[in-house]
Design a protein around this ligand. Structure first.
Ligand code: BF8
Ligand code: SF4
Length: 630
């Protein structure tokens, strides 16, 4: 085995530079160029002080003009903007979850989609009160999907998954009146509250921001995760690779991008079909390589070991390799830039969802009934496009790392079973992990998530913080583009244990895990919520007492704010490396960074200096330990 070495940021940046040279040759635009045109950014927007929710405006708050025309002050405006931002994220994650419910509702023994994890389906049926005795598994699946769909708009009560939280957390949500009722209701209510002439009181707006976030994390996203597991299998340890070097110059390269695994799962099926492989060979290629970008990539990496070509800010790079026959997208985080960019190359940019329609793309409408035909047509289209490659433009950076992924809660518990002391039966629990933490072998855990953002040197915060934390015996659970940053660097290679402190290194050896555990896509942050809930129940502590914090050092999307809100509202302190648009109101900023602690036992910390951000997380973890006397 070759010597293990992390890929450095400089190496990754040099690879990008080389690709941008190809881009310059063909007259391609890039995000690096567009950032220059867009900076400096609008200050009113950055501070969150611009309001355009009615046509008496737009109004923007300055010293000279402290109120909008309706009389709304800066705190009302900033708070409303923050709530709308959150609602956008909750809606997006949750609508993805809803699509998965529909896919499950279409599942059939002889259909495109089948039930892969029956045990999980039966557990969900019990949780949802669906009768299973003597019933066909597909009847059960359809009824579970229906109950799931009803969670979106049920008229009375609160969301069913809230019951998964420890009683203490549920009590807080009730006491603070932030229990989400129904997913769509919280999104609608957020839009209602922020309509002209409704709420302008900071506390009310931030409370609803937490509630809307919770409707996502303990509702829409959780549904997305659970039902995807039922349909496509619950992830277990699997080997894969990451970075652009996973693309293969000799093969037809299909890149899947977006979030909903329904499409990418089907593409992977057909790309593996001997008939398709034979066709690719007929067309002059040696085979077919499917790789991924963003969360769709995480989904298929976790379940099938499909390699990860890159994360958010690398999506243009896959086209710039000149070796991408098709980039096939579903929803979310897709640069509209891919349309014009693909036209500079032979690449087919295939959009598939009515939710994400873009100019200069080939639209192949994808749905559960026609999924097989659609996927086959797309794979064929890519194969037939191989001959259109311009060999002089082909350059795939020779850069990839091995990664071990697939750490669902079920898999983490399974790994922990391996280190259980046989005298007392702790199998099926998180107790071995809790013991590692109480004994101090592990200091704690950080859930690192979220995007890339040109405001931060790409991947630098993710990778830098992870290296620092593992050296301090803090284990990482990661998802989304953060997970891909880790994988690209090599931090998901089990040999990365050598970069850990002595305690974490020992744990990695005993449990046979890498120090950075890939838990999936961004909707899979719901897995982290279940893990935190399980740790709290198994230890008898409250979630807020656990030496565990959340971190999104390079975040950019509305979804990330929805996530942040539900993580904080679940009692987990959350550290951000990019400022949300709230600095214009000391009251809103104050609530988020301190005030909400009185409600939910956790709050946000924002720090752009990444070194400091890391120190603050370590400090917080140590404070929590000290409070527990461990
Ligand atoms: O949902 S981490 S850039 S890909 S928003 Fe998007 Fe951010 Fe990546 Fe996944 Ni999540
Ligand atoms: Fe201006 Fe008020 Fe209308 Fe907002 S709601 S645009 S602050 S008048």
């Amino acid at each position: 085995m070759s010597e293990f070495k992390l890929t450095t940021l400089e190496e990754m940046e040099a690879a990008t530079e080389r690709l941008l040279e190809t881009g310059a040759k063909v007259g391609a635009d890039s995000w690096q160029m567009r950032v220059k045109n867009q900076t400096p950014h609008c200050k009113f927007g950055e501070e969150g002080v611009c309001c355009r929710i009615c046509t008496m405006g737009p109004c923007r708050i300055t010293k000279k003009a402290p109120r909008g025309i309706c009389g709304c002050d800066v705190h009302g405006i900033v708070g409303r903007n923050f709530l709308r931002f959150t609602a956008g994220g909750s809606a997006t994650h949750s609508d993805h979850g809803r699509e998965i419910c529909h896919t499950l509702h279409e599942a059939a023994a002889d259909g495109n989609y089948k039930v892969k994890d029956e045990a999980k389906l039966l557990r969900l049926a019990a949780e949802f009160g669906v009768e299973t005795e003597g019933r066909d598994i597909y009847d059960v699946a359809h009824e579970v999907a229906e109950v799931g769909l009803l969670e979106y708009g049920k008229p009375f009560g609160t969301q069913v998954f809230l019951k998964r939280a420890p009683q203490h957390t549920q009590d807080i949500w009730k006491r603070e009146e932030i229990e989400p009722r129904a997913i769509d209701r919280e999104v609608s209510c957020s839009l209602h509250m922020t309509h002209m002439g409704c709420s302008s009181k900071p506390e009310a707006l931030i409370r609803q921001s937490l509630r809307s976030g919770l409707s996502d994390g303990w509702g829409g996203s959780m549904m997305g995760t659970e039902f995807s597991d039922v349909l496509f299998g619950t992830p277990h340890e699997i080997e894969t690779e990451a970075n652009l070097g996973v693309m293969n110059a000799d093969n037809v390269n299909i890149v899947v991008h977006g979030h909903d695994p329904s499409l990418s799962e089907m593409i992977c099926e057909y790309a593996d079909d001997p008939e398709m492989i034979a066709y690719a060979k007929e067309m002059g290629a040696k085979g077919i390589t499917v790789s991924g970008v963003c969360c769709t990539s995480n989904e298929v990496a976790m379940r099938r070991g499909i390699p990860m070509a890159g994360n958010f800010l690398q999506q243009e790079n896959v086209v710039l390799t000149g070796a991408c026959e098709a980039i096939v997208v579903d929803v979310q985080c897709i640069f509209p830039a891919l349309g014009p960019l693909s036209k500079c190359f032979h690449t087919k940019f295939v959009t598939t969802s009515p939710i994400a329609q873009m100019p200069e793309s080939d639209f192949i409408r994808f749905n559960a009934h026609t999924a097989g035909e659609n996927a086959k047509a797309i794979v064929k289209m890519a194969i037939e496009n191989f001959k259109n490659r311009k060999p002089e433009l082909v350059h795939i950076p020779d850069m990839k790392q091995k990664a071990v992924v697939g750490f669902s809660v079920e898999e983490i518990v399974h790994k922990l079973d391996g280190v259980t002391n046989t005298q007392v039966d702790k199998t099926g629990t998180t107790l071995p992990l809790i013991e590692c933490i109480t004994s101090g072998v592990l200091r704690g855990a950080v859930a690192m998530v979220g995007c890339n953002n040109p405001k931060v040197r790409s991947d630098a915060a993710h990778i830098g913080l992870m290296k620092k934390l593992i050296a301090n015996d803090i284990v990482l659970v990661v998802s989304g583009c953060s997970a891909q940053a880790a994988a690209k660097a090599g931090l998901m290679d089990k040999r990365a244990k050598d970069l850990c402190g002595a305690g974490l290194k020992r744990v990695c050896e005993l449990a046979d895990i890498p120090p950075v555990l890939h838990m999936g896509s961004c909707v899979d942050i719901s897995r982290m919520m279940v893990l935190a809930a399980t740790l709290a129940k198994d230890s008898g502590l409250n979630i807020s007492q656990l030496p565990l914090v959340g971190c999104a050092p390079e975040w950019m999307s509305e979804k990330a704010v929805s996530i942040g809100n539900y993580v904080v509202a679940t009692g987990i302190d959350t550290y951000l490396g990019v400022e949300p648009y709230v600095s214009g109101s000391d009251q809103i900023a104050g609530l988020l960074t301190e005030g909400v602690r009185d409600w939910v036992e956790a709050a946000y910390t924002v720090e752009k200096d990444i070194e400091k951000l890391g120190d603050m997380m370590i400090e917080r973890i140590e404070e929590k330990r000290a409070a527990l006397g461990i």
